[in-house]
Design a protein around this ligand. Structure first.
Ligand SMILES: [Mn+2]
Length: 319
């Protein structure tokens, strides 16, 4: 059965208790903190990771996914220094395996991470959401050019090394889509932008450890039939971001979980039908009255509505 997780930062915040109070038992975590490292240790080492995992356990959470990564821009762009970055990735995954943390969510977005043109678009009742408008974005200064073909070549290089490491460690590599899922953005190519391209990724190095993060807000901008995409990837899905948007890929805004373009109930039926046993987490929630918008998309109180709505849907689908 699908399980509800939350993104719980690796430093203890009030969100830890809020999530527990909303019935969340699984954490999607970040990386160890500098304060987790004793003398001579780095954050990718076994001991800091053990201390972080123990902190989640002590807070009542099972650490199900790490959704943070070492620097990877040189790896993605094939620049000198990429093998140092690869070493960090190897060390992280090997140590996750020793600690029984089953999924590592990575992304393949060069130069920038997820991108928006607004963090204060007004949504229901004056709540605030993030939004993206391509025309506004493209008026900005040029990015360093990155070719799609190079991203494919470098992803192959990465997966050829990492998939055997992941198989040995028992940790699934889970590729998150580019957000927004389009290419290029001011000269930066992007490749994790379509259902076909994701199929190419899983076919590139066939393995049950070469998998997909089904981030719904992005996939629903790639296809009008998200449940079919979920069924297509089936056992290759290792992690779900349960979120929704309104608009199209050139102009969209985040939606409340019950008010987006996607049939969320039908998506959960698809996860049930493929036998998905991993975790989902709400992603990018509205900032509501009384909460801070300084970490837009990740406010605390907005998550409570999302968790309650998702729990209701799960109970309806799995009853
Ligand atoms: Mn996502």
């Amino acid at each position: 059965m699908i399980k509800i997780a939350e993104y719980i930062p690796s430093n203890v915040t009030p969100l830890w208790k809020l999530a527990k109070q909303a019935g969340v038992d699984y954490a999607v975590g970040g990386l160890p903190l500098a304060s987790d490292c004793f003398a001579g240790e780095s954050i990718y080492d076994y001991m800091p990771l053990l201390r972080m995992k123990n902190r989640y356990n002590d807070g009542g959470f099972e650490l199900s996914v790490i959704e943070a990564r070492p620097p990877m821009d040189k790896l993605m762009r094939g620049l000198p220094g990429r093998d140092q970055e690869l070493e960090w990735c190897i060390k992280l995954v090997e140590n996750m395996g020793k600690l029984g943390i089953p999924v590592w969510c990575y992304a393949w977005m060069a130069v920038m991470n997820w991108t928006r043109t607004s963090t204060s678009t007004v949504s229901r009742g004056g709540s605030l959401v993030t939004a993206f408008n391509l025309a506004d974005y493209e008026k900005g200064p040029p990015n360093p050019p990155v070719a799609e073909e190079d991203l494919w070549t470098n992803l192959k290089y990465f997966l050829d090394v990492m998939v055997p490491v992941a198989e040995k460690a028992g940790v699934k590599l889970s590729a998150h889509p580019d957000d927004p899922p389009m290419s290029p953005l001011r000269g930066v190519g992007r490749i994790l932008t379509s259902v076909d391209n994701f199929q190419r990724v899983v076919d590139m190095v066939p393995s049950e450890y070469n998998t997909v993060t089904l981030c719904q807000g992005n996939f629903t901008l790639m296809t009008d039939d998200l449940p079919s995409a979920i069924r297509q990837f089936g056992k290759k899905i290792s992690f779900v971001h349960f979120r929704d948007v309104l608009g199209d890929v050139t102009n969209f805004r985040e939606a409340w979980h019950d008010a987006g373009k996607t049939d969320m109930y039908a998506c959960l039926e698809a996860y049930r039908d493929i036998g998905f046993e991993g975790v989902l987490r709400p992603d990018h929630v509205p900032t509501v009255e009384g909460d801070s918008n300084e970490n837009a998309g990740y406010s605390a109180f907005g998550r409570l509505f999302a968790i309650g709505y998702i729990r209701g849907l799960i109970q309806a689908v799995y009853r």
